[in-house]
Write a new protein. Structure first.
Ligand code: FEO
Length: 167
């Protein structure tokens, strides 16, 4: 039951729900890793990110339903669970978001080719969100690179990141 979508748009949107929930799972795993390293501020930051990703998946769920189609939930892979340092974790988060940006761009491309203007409009929010998410990760990576081996500075940054509010 693909509603008002083309077959391939319907399939790609269902896959994107899975991708958003995988992102949630990845950030929850990063949160667990930070708690294990006593970086509780970063653990909180990744937990907020996890909650954001859940809301992204849910946005697509609601949209597919609104357009008269039935959501099909797909299998979610197991995320990694070990990173060598906070810097490696945020670098992985950035690489992942760049990958997600590519997926969103592909959805936009399909919607354009299908002349599916409602989905094009719906996807604009995700295009903007990706800009913000990549910028957030880049800023934290730059700070972690400046910090280097300084434990005191790392703890200071950890405290700052612990203040992140839900959007
Ligand atoms: Fe759902 Fe991290 O973008």
């Amino acid at each position: 039951m693909t509603g008002k979508f083309s077959e391939r748009m319907y399939k790609a949107l269902n896959e994107q729900i899975r991708n958003e929930y995988f992102s949630a799972y990845l950030y929850l795993s990063m949160s667990a890793c930070c708690y294990a390293k006593n970086l509780t501020g970063m653990a909180h930051w990744f937990r907020v990110q996890y909650e954001e990703e859940l809301s992204h998946g849910d946005k697509i769920f609601k949209y597919i339903t609104e357009r008269g189609a039935k959501v099909e939930l797909l299998q979610i892979d197991r995320p990694p669970c070990e990173w060598a340092s906070a810097l490696e974790m945020y670098k992985n988060a950035l690489t992942h978001e760049q990958y997600v940006t590519g997926l969103i761009n592909n959805l936009v491309k399909i919607a354009g080719e299908d002349k599916d203007y409602a989905t094009l409009s719906f996807l604009q929010w995700f295009v903007d969100e990706q800009v913000e998410e990549e910028a957030n990760d880049e800023a934290i990576i730059a700070q972690l690179e400046m910090i280097g081996e300084s434990k005191g500075s790392l703890l200071f940054l950890d405290r700052q990141l612990g203040k992140r509010k839900e959007d």
